[in-house]
Design a protein. Sequence first.
Length: 123
Amino acid sequence: MIVGLGVDIVHVSRIRHWLANPGLVERFFHPDEIAAVRGKGNSAALSLAARFAAKEALGKALGSGLAGMKLKEIQVINNFNGKPDILLYGDALRRLEATGGKKVHLSLTHESENAVAVVVIED
């Protein structure tokens, strides 16, 4: 059964601004997310925008937004085939458990200036 659904869109220019300002990216992303995109050159901002959209979409799917949790507690990874997935830690994980959610499904898409994420939480 579906417990929650969330969608979000992020303009890539917002993330480009963060990349140009030391410390901003580290404030919002798990260290492994940053490491995964650092070697992507010009597409790093696009990858981070998709990951940030996933975090926002998760907050919407939880029904509570992101208040009370750190964005670093939400990590977007890619499996061996490139499929995106979400790992949760700390307060983010506790918030998921409080909804009765057990599985988080994630879909990402992006083009030159926008990144979109859809999250479905299932019990």
